[in-house]
Design a binder for this molecule. Structure first.
Ligand code: HEM
Length: 148
């Protein structure tokens, strides 16, 4: 099967419950890099703990937004360049809220962790490789937001 088919099949198992899987992703992210927690502030209020953040409606909305971006990438596998401008702007917005471009590699690790938890044995080396390629393409487009 092609890489694109592997991505589509595996995403189907995740996208049915995006928030649940997004919580797994971001819990892992805060484990790997607790310094990312203060970047999420709503009404200038800082969260006291990852648990508090992961339960906040505004943060769960951010999880939905992240999953929608991945969903858009999965839907446009044959034409990722059409997302480039959107992703560059999205990168700029993240630069503006203080995200460092390096943090997106930790997000990538957390994404792979979530996929492995969700897919179990179906998370084969080929599936893993296909996701690394897709995620790299998304990050490469977002990175342009830091360059300009
Ligand atoms: C918006 C932080 C990763 C997609 C935001 C906002 C913050 C933020 C503070 C503004 C408040 C909000 O909308 O909740 C972060 C941090 C990340 C991260 C700290 C990881 C280090 C991602 C990733 C994606 C993403 C990986 C998708 C691939 C979005 C979207 C918005 C957003 C779509 C809304 C932008 C808009 O208002 O037009 N992010 N984010 N974020 N984020 Fe993230």
């Amino acid at each position: 099967r092609t890489q694109q088919a592997l991505i589509r099949e595996s995403w189907r198992r995740v996208s049915g419950s995006p928030v649940q899987h997004g919580v797994v992703l971001f819990s892992r992210l805060f484990d790997l890099d607790p310094d990312l927690l203060p970047l999420f502030q709503y009404n200038c209020k800082q969260f006291a703990s990852p648990q508090e953040c992961l339960a906040a409606p505004e943060f769960l909305d951010h999880i939905r937004k992240v999953m929608l971006v991945i969903d858009a990438a999965v839907s446009h596998l044959e034409d990722l360049p059409c997302l480039e401008e959107y992703l560059c702007n999205l990168g700029k917005k993240h630069q503006a809220v203080g995200v460092k471009v390096e943090s997106f590699s930790t997000v990538g690790e957390s994404l792979l962790y979530m996929l492995e938890k969700c897919l179990g044995a179906a998370f084969s080396p080929d599936v893993r490789e296909a996701w690394i390629e897709l995620y790299s393409a998304v990050v490469k487009a977002m990175q342009r937001g830091w360059e300009v």
